[in-house]
Design a protein around this ligand. Structure first.
Ligand SMILES: [Zn+2]
Length: 265
């Protein structure tokens, strides 16, 4: 048993890939086809983008099972936290010591939530939560005070918000001037324009295209309705809100880009 554990550790130490969530080394699992066919059809994804999206969601750390997208978001989190604390932050648990950062995780980030939950400055909410232990937060009307948070994390959420630009402004309201919003959204980068599938009209959802949902439950929760299918113009639209934007690209997979925004100066 001890020999096997030693062998495992030697094998891990030789692997070039280190998971930023759990800190262990190992080749990510092969990509699983996680995109439902109905979503592929609604979204109109060609084979290349199906593969890129399946790698994004369906390839994961062999140890903690964090998907590559969540690993990319976590790397951005560690980088921003390190910048704020002026020290190296190797993995989320390093944030348990030293000055506390107020980190709001708005809607559970599968694969990362468990690593964030023990941190002293962690604030977790779930839109529409009925669990008294978990508050609900609406990205269009957050309950947090102005300039009260260091980091806000959202994970493939803004495509489900009718007015994502207003959500960004609301997030920037609650961030400290030096704080940052780190997020992922699905963007089909070779589509120049964002497609609006639905919008709010007089307090009602107006469907411009047949309803499309993310998530695999049946029936899907209504909060997973897609309002926007983002194209490359999302960058200009975010910048037009006046915030500062930095994009962290992945050299191999454009679907793994992470957005870092900061409040307008
Ligand atoms: Zn891991």
């Amino acid at each position: 048993m001890a020999a096997r554990s030693l062998l495992r550790r030697v094998r891990e130490s030789l692997s070039p890939t280190r998971c930023p969530v759990c800190g262990r080394r190992g080749r990510p699992t092969p990509a699983r086809a996680v995109l439902p066919q109905v979503l592929v059809r609604d979204w109109g994804l060609d084979r290349r983008w199906q593969e890129l999206m399946n790698e994004r969601e369906g390839r994961a750390c062999p140890h903690c099972h964090a998907p590559l997208r969540v690993q990319a978001l976590t790397r951005a989190l560690l980088g921003e936290a390190g910048r704020m604390l002026k020290r190296r932050v190797g993995q989320p648990r390093d944030l348990a010591k030293g000055p506390r950062l107020a980190i709001a995780e708005i809607n559970r980030i599968g694969g990362l939530h468990e690593a964030l939950a023990p941190l002293p400055g962690h604030i977790y909410s779930e839109y529409g939560s009925l669990d008294p232990a978990v508050p609900s937060e609406d990205l269009l009307a957050l309950s947090y005070a102005d300039a009260s948070l260091d980091l806000v994390l959202t994970s493939d959420t803004l495509e489900h918000v009718p007015d994502f630009e207003r959500a960004l402004s609301e997030i920037h309201r609650v961030l400290r001037p030096d704080g940052a919003h780190l997020f992922t959204i699905p963007v089909i980068w070779d589509r120049p324009r964002t497609r609006v599938r639905a919008r709010m009209h007089d307090g009602e959802i107006e469907h411009l295209l047949p309803p499309s949902y993310h998530g695999i439950s049946d029936p899907p929760p209504p909060t997973c309705l897609v309002f926007h299918e983002f194209g490359a113009d999302v960058v200009e639209r975010i910048e037009a809100t006046g915030c500062r934007l930095r994009l962290i690209h992945d050299d191999r997979n454009p679907a793994l880009a992470v957005f870092v925004t900061q409040p307008p100066l």
